[in-house]
Ligand binder design. Sequence first.
Ligand SMILES: Cc1cc2nc3c(=O)[nH]c(=O)nc-3n(C[C@H](O)[C@H](O)[C@H](O)COP(=O)(O)OP(=O)(O)OC[C@H]3O[C@@H](n4cnc5c(N)ncnc54)[C@H](O)[C@@H]3O)c2cc1C
Length: 431
Amino acid sequence: MNAKFAIVGSGPAGMYAADALLKSAPGCSVDVFEKYPAPYGLIRYGVAPDHYKTRNTSRQFARTFEENSVDFFGNVEIGKDISMAELREHYDSVILAMGAYNDRKLGINGENLNGVYGACAFVGWYNGHPEFRDLDPLLDKDGVAVIGIGNVALDVCRVLSKTRAEHDTSDICKHALDAIEASPLSTLHMFGRRGPIEAGFTPKELGEIRELEKCAAIVNASQLPNKVEGGFEGRTKGIKEKNLKILKELSDQNKPEKNVRMNLTFYASPIEILGTDRVEGIRLEKTDMVDGKAVATGNTFEISCGSVVTAIGYHTLPPEGVPLNGGTVANENGRVEPGVYVVGWAKRGPSGTIPTNGPDSRDVIELVIEDLETAGKPGGKEVDILLQKRGVRRVNFKEWQKISDMEYSRAQPPRPRERFTRVEEMLAILD
Ligand SMILES: Cc1cc2nc3c(=O)[nH]c(=O)nc-3n(C[C@H](O)[C@H](O)[C@H](O)COP(=O)(O)OP(=O)(O)OC[C@H]3O[C@@H](n4cnc5c(N)ncnc54)[C@H](O)[C@@H]3O)c2cc1C
């Protein structure tokens, strides 16, 4: 079958989809479009830099790009450099895999103050995401309040609390490491409007905060139930039991020798961010859990802090013309309309780990193949001509490898890699 497929987004969902297409439609060609010169989506720009090994998942995706029938169109944004309509003219099917990594707003007063950051921006800053390279977050005063009790909130607190030596094996960007080291930060807060059982952490990530060199995690024992209740079963129940065990361990420990504190506070919902020119504090309201929902109690308290990071959820931002359903692309089992499909976070919303995207993408590709009636669209060759006419500097996979090799070779040991954080820097290596 000589069908031509376009995938929008080179994160895990797009790459699992490319792999599934190669297996289900031998002879086809697959072009993967990516907004940035660097592929792999959140594997590069989301996963915490001290979880360096997790990034190795990208190796399997590099093998997919090495197949002759798969082509990387890096530095090409669909909706800006090429429209959805043009993509549909050139490909037999289009698979949207653009993720859902855009911050949701809290919707409270003070949210626009200097010093309030969404997790996408903040995580993007320490991971060298070109859009957030110059975020320069306010870390000049003590106290950062992170809103959210999932793995992303834990990542942010852990990265901020580590010493330079602890970051030796991580690929945190130099600008961020210098700023964190220079900061007087000694208090980190993590607030969740629900309780420890409802928290979205996984035991591995939660367990890591027991072992930090200069930071002690503080949990109030009175906020912990004796056991996991609420009808959880199987694997989910197991995860919650492990989390509770770790939280109990943390609540029992006393580590006065550590001068940084990471306070985990449950049942607290932010109602106002305080300050005039910049963040000076945050007001929260205590909550109770009623029928699985956090209900306000009217009982408020304030803490002082110099910045706030929100990690409360994300939504997709598709190219013009793609229908939305809340924070995701409107679809039925991955089918948006005949010839257009969606996979990954753009389809399901922001849930699941990298491997979760594998079976999801494979299921949708089965549908793509079932629906395919004719194949005869021109594909990438004509798209390349269009891009050249428009002066768009497409980055192909070999060129990306050149950029990537430079990132390794310029790193100061023992740090494994020093990323380029600006698109111009990356393109300058090539031209
Ligand atoms: C902060 C954070 C940390 C995480 N840490 C882990 C972890 O340690 N381990 C783990 O297993 N999972 C982790 N996850 C979850 C994991 O990253 C996701 O499951 C996965 O990345 C979702 O894949 P995706 O392909 O749907 O989206 P993404 O990874 O977001 O990929 C989407 C891609 O589409 C591109 N794109 C968007 N719009 C366009 C456009 N218009 N044109 C062209 N390209 C476009 C984007 O630039 C991006 O490269 C983490 C998630 C976050 C947010």
